[in-house]
Design a protein around this ligand. Structure first.
Ligand SMILES: Nc1ncnc2c1ncn2[C@@H]1O[C@H](COP(=O)(O)OP(=O)(O)OP(=O)(O)O)[C@@H](O)[C@H]1O
Length: 238
């Protein structure tokens, strides 16, 4: 049997608040979680329990205090808690997609290129491949109902929901085997929320392993193949 796409073993996370006399803020002390290809695991738990922190540990935005986080890359398993910066760049480029609530705006780059970039990066100097990347970006922009008049403008001035849709398109346009979704529908209307539900289901159907956070219970119910209560991983507070 194939190993899980993502496996957390004995993962602990404490924040050290250096400005508060190095106060320790424990979040998790023992996370064990495996996610296989074709699963969409939805994280449940009240605000502040550590859902976003868990995704950031997997994406190596935060460093785990203990434990192992194994991701299957094309080159074999990689423990992201020990990965070199170069391994992390390659994991993020080819293996792990991460959709956060907010778009990190790249100054002056038009929306179409922001979305096409992950595919264009792989196209090298091949003009046909670059055009194919831009064509795919147009398809995503249209599907996510971004008006065509905005495609050639930088997203800095776009509305919250427009920026969120650009973020989704940019981070899902290149099919990756592991997807981390942190409230991807938080600022979206009903029609676009439905589109994002379809996109997530399509990713699951093609075999992506997904871990998602959705405050909208209906969205979580629509995409989940399994639910995990993050409260079970909590450190007992002093
Ligand atoms: N960079 C950080 N430094 C210090 N504490 C942090 C940091 N990031 C998160 N925390 C703390 O870790 C805990 C979990 O936060 P997290 O954002 O993961 O919760 P969440 O379950 O995603 O909450 P919500 O549903 O409100 O988004 C909180 O107590 C938060 O204050």
């Amino acid at each position: 049997m194939a190993p899980p796409m993502l496996q957390l073993q004995g993962v602990a996370k404490r924040f050290t608040l250096h400005r508060q006399n190095s106060l320790e803020l424990p979040v998790f002390d023992d996370v064990d979680l495996s996610v296989s290809a074709g699963e969409c695991v939805v994280l449940d738990g009240a605000s502040g329990l550590g859902k976003s922190t868990l995704l950031k540990l997997v994406y190596a935005n935060y460093r785990a205090s203990a434990g192992r986080i194994t991701v299957q890359s094309p080159a074999g398993p990689i423990d992201v808690t020990q990965a070199t910066p170069r391994e992390m760049v390659s994991l993020r480029r080819d293996t792990i997609g991460y959709v956060s609530q907010f778009l990190r705006v790249i100054p002056r780059v038009p929306a179409l290129d922001v979305v096409a970039e992950p595919l264009a990066e792989d196209a090298g100097d091949d003009p046909a491949a670059i055009e194919a990347a831009r064509e795919e970006a147009r398809r995503w922009l249209a599907r996510l109902r971004i008006p065509e008049r905005l495609w050639h403008l930088p997203p800095a001035t776009f509305s919250g929901g427009e920026q969120q849709r650009i973020n989704i398109a940019r981070n899902m346009i290149k099919p990756k085997p592991l997807l981390l979704l942190d409230e991807p529908t938080a600022s979206l209307d009903a029609a676009n929320t439905d589109t994002v539900i379809s996109l997530i289901r399509e990713a699951t159907a093609r075999g992506a392993a997904t871990v998602g956070i959705f405050h909208d219970a209906e969205v979580g119910a629509a995409v989940a193949t399994r639910r995990v209560d993050v409260g079970a991983f909590r450190s007992s507070r002093p």
